[in-house]
Design a protein around this ligand. Sequence first.
Ligand code: SIN
Length: 311
Amino acid sequence: MTPATAHAIVSRQQSAPPAAAPALIDAGQDFEIRALNAPLGAEVLGLDLSRPLSDSDFARIHRAHLDYHVVVFRDQQISPSQQIDFSRRIGPLQIHVLHQFQLRGHPEVLVVSNVVENGKPIGLGDAGHFWHSDLSYKEKPSLGSLLHARELPAEGGDTLFANMHLAWDTLPAELQRAVDGLYAEHTYLARYAELQQRSPWRPNLRPEQIAQVQPVLQPVVRTHPETGRKALFVSEHFTTRIAGLPEDESRGLLDRLFAHSVRPEHVYRHQWQSHDLVFWDNRSLLHLAAGCPGHLRRVMYRTTIEGDVPR
Ligand code: SIN
């Protein structure tokens, strides 16, 4: 064989298609999405988030999240890095202002826990003590949050979710007219001192932390950026006043909105199962941690995804 012939053969081999068929790029997992018997929520059975998720599986999850607002992934034996990777696929992550409670080596994970070790809390033990939407006090509040059950108490520890689309749809027409188009102030510090009085989980904030949580104005009624549905967007934790109204009128309206939002017919109570990963939509919901007896350990890891500016 001359060098020229040999070169021709090599060139043909290089340009020929690979002998083996390429691996299936979008091989999905066999899983089920089942609506819960509640005003919101669905559970996902048979999906393993420690394995790579195909684009079509991810699209199914995304759709379920928009339709049901809470997606409960059962039995997820995932590491913090796997939780972070899945969360990042949804959007950029937000770092909580209480950096004391970041998971060591993983600042994207907020530890939510009542456990105290060597006299020091390992996590934020009173997260969710009042109804709220995560990070509504930021200019860009959270799109959604993912909470992974690492250690559950034998009793209590439930999380409640209220459907704020239903809350808007069922609001009396005169109240709808009164609040649509108004803005309200949200601030992280609204009830901070009150929480500090009763718990060891609220350290004094340093000036640079306070600078990160300056009050913002948010629409009282927001439109979901992906579904176009309207939702009430005020909470007893972070909303302090309706802009432009006298204090008593603002207080009266907010109290009525808070009470209406969390009526039992709008609420799903999540009773945690081992290794649940719950992904909720902060643009559609408020949530509340029901708490558990202090002597029982509860350890959860939360990642929080940035959303857009509410409109
Ligand atoms: C939270 O508000 O993010 C915590 C909810 C919970 O611990 O159940």
